[in-house]
Design a binder for this molecule. Structure first.
Ligand SMILES: Nc1ncnc2c1ncn2[C@@H]1O[C@H](COP(=O)(O)OP(=O)(O)OP(=O)(O)O)[C@@H](O)[C@H]1O
Ligand SMILES: [Mg+2]
Length: 255
């Protein structure tokens, strides 16, 4: 169990990562709950992105273990010792990613960007296109399905990134400064959509942010300094409603 009494979905034990003489992570122990929204905060260079990338199997730590615990939609996995092919499959099928820039393919339309992610996770093209359209419509982009990414505003592009991350109904969504380039109104809207499509459906959101207003809307805030966790606090006002935590029916019906 996690601090918030949710069932655990990811555990990290004594995770370290160094680059030359610099310790980006100096021993991180963290248990993340299913249905939790976890904000990772800390000064620039404190190891936030490195931790997110280790948890998500993008980079391998030097030491320590990261485990994905089993759910009704994903098997147990030892993220740190999986081969590259296994980590790629996890990233495509079990995890979702929303980053500040990148990941979206500028030459493809909004709907094709989202459908491609679904196809990479194993969905057939007609299903992938249908799910992509449904997600973009849900996120208010019905008018923009066929625009290329470069023809969208920053907020619209971030909604496409959310649709792209959510079309596979990931168990855990990792976001690194997802609202960092947006004005405050758009940031609030995009975060609401990100929370609704993750914790609102019983899955987990791990979000790196410098923005206290973003963190205040998450159910838990972990602060890093020099590669270590220096505080870990539950945000009682933002706990995931209990009925959503076990609710994976939507996810199963929409795969
Ligand atoms: N590929 C790399 N090569 C060398 N050093 C790196 C590399 N990636 C990260 N570092 C170093 O590791 C430390 C942690 O970096 P990280 O990117 O995790 O910080 P951060 O908390 O995400 O910072 P920011 O808020 O600026 O994004 C920094 O000192 C950084 O310079
Ligand atoms: Mg960073």
């Amino acid at each position: 169990m996690t601090d918030t009494q949710l069932p655990a979905i990811i555990t990290s034990a004594n995770v370290t990562k160094h680059y030359n003489q610099t310790y980006a992570l100096a021993g991180v122990d963290l248990t993340i709950g299913l249905g939790e929204s976890l904000a990772i905060m800390g000064p620039s260079g404190s190891g936030k992105t490195t931790l997110l990338h280790c948890l998500a199997g993008i980079i391998r730590p030097d030491e320590g273990a990261i485990r994905l615990l089993p759910t009704d939609r994903s098997a147990r996995a030892d993220v740190t010792s999986l081969k590259e092919s296994g980590r790629t499959a996890l990233r495509r099928e079990v995890f979702g990613f929303v980053f500040q820039q990148g990941l979206l393919l500028p030459e493809l339309s909004a709907v094709d960007n989202v459908a491609l992610a679904a196809m990479l996770a194993g969905m057939k093209r007609p299903d992938a296109s249908e799910h992509a359209r449904a997600w973009l419509q849900r996120l208010g982009l019905a008018e923009h399905l066929h625009k290329r990414i470069g023809q969208l505003s920053g907020g619209q592009a971030q909604r496409v990134a959310i649709a792209r991350a959510q079309v596979t109904q990931p168990v855990v969504t990792f976001a690194d400064e997802p609202t960092g380039a947006l004005d405050s109104t758009t940031s609030t809207e995009v975060l609401s959509e990100l929370l609704a499509s993750t914790t609102g459906r019983g899955s987990t959101l791990v979000v790196v942010t410098h923005d206290e207003t973003v963190a205040a809307r998450c159910s838990r805030i972990v602060r890093l300094a020099d590669g270590r966790i220096v505080s870990d606090s539950a945000n009682q006002a933002q706990q995931a409603p209990a009925q959503f935590v076990q609710n994976t029916e939507f996810a199963q019906n929409n795969r």
